[in-house]
Design a protein around this ligand. Sequence first.
Ligand SMILES: NC(=O)c1ccc[n+]([C@@H]2O[C@H](COP(=O)([O-])OP(=O)(O)OC[C@H]3O[C@@H](n4cnc5c(N)ncnc54)[C@H](O)[C@@H]3O)[C@@H](O)[C@H]2O)c1
Length: 390
Amino acid sequence: MSMSSHNLNRREFARTTLLTGAAIASGVLAVPAAPEKRVRTGLIGCGSVSGAYLPVLSKCPFVEVVSLCDIRPERARKRAAEFNVANHYPHIDQMLAGEPFEFLINLTDMQEHEHLNRQALEAGKHVWSEKPIANSLGAGQELLRIAKQKNRRLWGAPITAQSPQFAFMARTLAQGALGRVAAAHADYGHEGPNWSSFFYEKGGGSMPDLAVYNITSLTGLLGPAKHVTAMLSIVTPEREITEKGRIKVTEEDNAQVLLDHGTGVISHVQSGFNYFNPHGHDGSGEKRHTITVVGSDGFLGLVGYDWAPQGVDLATKEKPKLERHATDAEGYIWQQGAALAAECLVTGKELLVTPEQALHVLEIITAARESQETGRRIALTSTFKWPILS
Ligand SMILES: NC(=O)c1ccc[n+]([C@@H]2O[C@H](COP(=O)([O-])OP(=O)(O)OC[C@H]3O[C@@H](n4cnc5c(N)ncnc54)[C@H](O)[C@@H]3O)[C@@H](O)[C@H]2O)c1
């Protein structure tokens, strides 16, 4: 790894990975130097979100997608034809025994991640997993132990800490511009997916699917949490799912989670699958502050969702009129996590996203469930390196 690759700033990092392919394709820019190598990549889970990942991966100069897998073989076959991938398999065993690859991208049902991630790590693959990395903190820590033992990398979505808006907020907080920070609020919801039942079944729920973004952002901005108190409920007990019909909802579809960051700062996440949204679920349509942070001397408001942020409003005692900052996405999009991870594998750069933080967020989610069941405030044991500054 060269010093120059480490000296690239976040803007250059995201732009290299994302835009090189697009630039070559459109002929707008001169063809950049070819990367040292492409990571031979296998992708498992060819459902909805694969349609968001594969266009980015197929343009990424650090990735060669060599195989796809889905237990519904027609889905893997369809994506292979669509994205010109040479091999597709109906089961991970066949995928691992088939065309050789180094890096697995796991986009399966939330309940499947843990065992597939473990199988891939044990087979010596690097892993990028959609959230959650595992179903419990203990199982996730075991995955990280296997990864370290095998000298392989493990990463998990979401990548909210990679956005320039997160960077602006983290920097502003670190500079002390808000004075004594007291409180933060984050909210994110939509009306709930209708294409798969796993979102509503054991191991699913609105917290690992949606609140996970806000919990990642708030712990990233304010530090690891020490205690969790939560109230969870089911607002819609039955749902209509495509190709399946009516199903029972057994996991929370409505969550209010309070975090004590141990420094006097208390934050709150509100999230669920019953949130009317006048603009559907289009990230660019959301213009509200979905995250706010307040202190004795100032206020920060993130404009739009933390996975598709549009800017940050800041007011301080010196400049009390809200001013908008960080309106340039700088190449950041939420779909780019696995492509950024592949860039790390090739160049030796590091992401701001860490498995330790993903595991801390997972512990918060399981502790929120324990708090709901017991009516108690739950102490957390995990932590991660903080602050997250680029
Ligand atoms: N859909 C989105 O917009 C979106 C956005 C961000 C993150 N995610 C996350 O991505 C993951 C997948 O969500 P989705 O919406 O794409 O679901 P989906 O149901 O559309 O797709 C999941 C696919 O995984 C396959 N699968 C399940 N178990 C498997 C196994 N053991 N081996 C191989 N294939 C298997 C299923 O057959 C299905 O095709 C979830 O963790 C979700 O939280 C989804």
